[in-house]
Design a protein around this ligand. Structure first.
Ligand code: GDD
Ligand code: MN
Length: 361
């Protein structure tokens, strides 16, 4: 049996057309199916709406209690409540055409070890042309940075199907934010991702619940998945990305202060501080964003203290190289990079062995 999981928040008006759409599309296909609506206690009378449908359709309403509203958690709870071996997840707002459910299901039956995605970006797929440029770019950039994790053109899709037992332990899933499909793709035992082209249409009723906060959560979620997939290499990549941003700031200040007439070795000592502050801030909001936050001032101070060793190494290498050899005095940028490199390796090793030595989630 196919269990269709539909997470909802404030979608009561969309439920009747969705349910009729789903069962019309399955009519005469011989596919048996149930629909599980996982609603985060919307104050919109969804209970009555579902009650009127249960006489005619195999529909259930699940309303989880005791946690904040959370799309990904709702999907997981829906999967756990399902009776079928095969799961299909879709939005309630009719963005995902119910007519494609049989095709998605058949694709899954052809290869039960695959993760099947209703995809906007493969040939014959499409999305609403009324999308704003912002939303379009957003979606594309997000897709691009997931490329090393999954071979999928539309990893953000909320329309997907898979065999339930391909995910070993649902308690281990740990999505932050919206992208439960991506989480399942990365953590489940899937041998491939199969994409079925869909025509995604924007909702007619109600409004989207995606906002900037969700975008930031997405970056943290990605970081975590990179670590799951690539282990220490993922952490190094993340650390490197933050560090690269710091290096740019470092260089800007290093040259700018010299333009103002500061001697180069002093400029080198000064430019370290804005760079290290930027690294601190990025690590605070992105890398370690899930951890409880201490007051800015104190945390910055502690961070700076722990960076002092790195700073001594960084500046020390620069100083020794530029004052000791004519070569590095000619190519000061190389000396700077050598210093940054030495300090980065040192900091990373210390961080991973001492400061953040807890087990990964
Ligand atoms: N239970 C529950 N809890 N459901 C929620 C919540 C929540 O906190 N927030 C949203 N939903 C439900 C909505 O009711 C809808 O059925 C579905 O999740 C998708 O939410 P939308 O608000 O319609 O999101 P969207 O259209 O902006 O995003 C869709 O497209 C994205 C890619 O463009 C979703 O499919 C996303 O998963 C997808 O990433
Ligand atoms: Mn939507």
């Amino acid at each position: 049996m196919l269990s269709i999981v539909v997470p909802t928040y404030l979608e009561a008006e969309n439920i009747p057309p969705l349910i009729t759409g789903v069962f019309d599309s399955l009519d005469e296909t011989g596919i048996s199916c149930e629909v599980i609506i996982v609603d985060d206690n919307s104050p919109d009378g969804i209970k009555n709406v579902v009650n009127q449908l249960v006489a005619d359709y195999p529909v259930r309403l699940v309303q989880p209690k005791g946690r904040e509203r959370d799309l990904s958690m709702s999907v997981i709870e829906g999967i756990l409540a399902a009776h079928g071996d095969h799961i299909l997840v879709m939005d309630a707002d009719l963005s995902h055409p119910p007519g494609l459910i049989p095709a998605m299901y058949r694709t899954l039956l052809e290869d039960e070890s695959a993760f099947v995605v209703g995809s906007r970006y493969v040939e014959h797929g499409s999305f609403d042309r009324r999308w704003s440029l912002w939303r379009f770019f957003n979606s594309h950039i997000a897709t691009l940075i997931t490329r090393p994790l999954v071979q999928c053109q539309d990893p953000m899709s909320g329309f997907f199907a898979f065999r339930r037992d391909r995910v070993e332990d649902y308690d281990c899933l740990n999505p932050i934010g919206y992208k439960i499909g991506l989480e399942l793709m990365v953590r489940g035992n899937f041998t491939s991702v199969r994409e079925v082209p869909i025509n995604f249409s924007d909702r007619e009723l109600g409004e989207s619940k995606l906002n900037l906060n969700q975008q930031i959560k997405f970056l943290r979620h990605l970081r975590r998945l990179y670590t799951v997939r690539f282990g220490t290499l993922g952490e190094i990549l993340n650390y490197g990305a933050v560090g690269a941003g710091g290096l740019v700031i470092d260089l800007l200040f290093y040259y700018f202060l010299q333009l103002l007439g500061m001697p180069h070795q002093l400029a080198r000592a000064c430019s370290f501080w804005p760079a290290v502050s930027s690294n601190w801030y990025l690590n605070r909001v992105a890398t370690f964003g899930e951890r409880k936050r201490r007051p800015h001032g104190r945390q910055w101070f502690e961070f700076v203290l722990t960076s002092l060793v790195g700073f001594s190494l960084n500046w020390g290498v620069y100083y020794i190289l530029t004052s000791g050899t004519a070569y590095f005095d000619d190519y000061r940028l190389l000396a700077l990079i050598a210093g940054v490199g030495a300090a980065s390796v040192f900091n990373f090793v210390m961080s991973s062995l001492v400061v953040y030595n807890e087990k990964r989630q």
